[in-house]
Design a protein around this ligand. Structure first.
Ligand SMILES: [Zn+2]
Ligand SMILES: [Zn+2]
Length: 233
């Protein structure tokens, strides 16, 4: 999301739950326009909010472009078939206007803003997409970064990345130790972790992370609902 809010992009399209800092920020600034919704992957916590967009296109704006990888679009055809094929909707019922755009490995443009997909592993043999826009990299769900994705993360100013739990990684998500290892490798100017579970004690972990600034010069903190980060793109 640009600092001037001239381009509003949601990742994963939950309007009510606030799964990432962008979404909650959008709500707190009384968002009225969504320029695009970009899908990271097709797990329930990523695409479960799609139905919220149906009402949005009936009451707030006429249509919303959705950017989604082919494989995830195939999942949507099953989970949200009535959003993809509106001919099946009961006559008289509210029909959504979602415009599906299939994304590939190449960057794509939303309102003059370039988004580069960052393919990562989110569990064995399951690919999730992070996205780079300007020098900001957003990776919400990751258990391993493939070698070919690291060059896309070069000169990153702000990295927003998955860190599920404080002690260890799970099969599908980075834990704090692994996430920090990756931060040291990627060397972004600043990092905000996201996707933390309840075991992550916000204040204690932030205190620990602040010490890494003193010892290693690492600028890393946990994000929180409602966090708004002004950026220049
Ligand atoms: Zn997932
Ligand atoms: Zn997830």
């Amino acid at each position: 999301m640009s600092a001037s809010f001239s381009t509003i992009v949601l990742f994963d399209g939950f309007l009510h739950l606030g799964v990432c800092p962008y979404v909650t920020s959008c709500i707190s600034v009384r968002l009225r326009t969504i320029d695009a919704v970009i899908i990271t992957h097709s797990h329930a916590d990523a695409i479960g909010g799609l139905d919220d967009l149906r009402d949005w296109t009936n009451n707030v704006q006429p249509y919303i472009p959705i950017y989604v990888a082919e494989r995830d679009f195939e999942v949507m055809k099953k989970t949200h078939y009535y959003l993809v094929d509106t001919s099946v909707v009961t006559p008289g019922a509210a029909v959504s206007e979602l415009q599906f755009n299939i994304i590939h490995k190449e960057p794509f443009i939303v309102n003059d803003l370039k988004f580069t997909p960052l393919p990562v592993w989110h569990g064995r043999d399951y690919c999730s997409l992070g996205f780079r826009f300007g020098n900001i990299c957003y990776i919400s769900d990751v258990s391993e970064i493939p070698e070919e994705t690291y060059p896309l993360l070069k000169d990153c100013e702000l990295l927003i990345m998955d860190a599920l739990r404080p002690d260890r990684s799970s099969s599908t998500h980075f834990g704090l130790p692994k996430a920090l290892e990756e931060v040291r490798k990627i060397q972004p100017r600043r990092t905000l972790f996201t996707g933390m579970m309840h075991l992550m004690d916000h204040d204690n972990v932030n205190e620990y992370l602040a010490k890494l600034m003193e010892t290693e010069g690492l600028d890393v903190q946990l994000s929180y609902d409602g966090l708004c980060v002004p950026v220049t793109l």
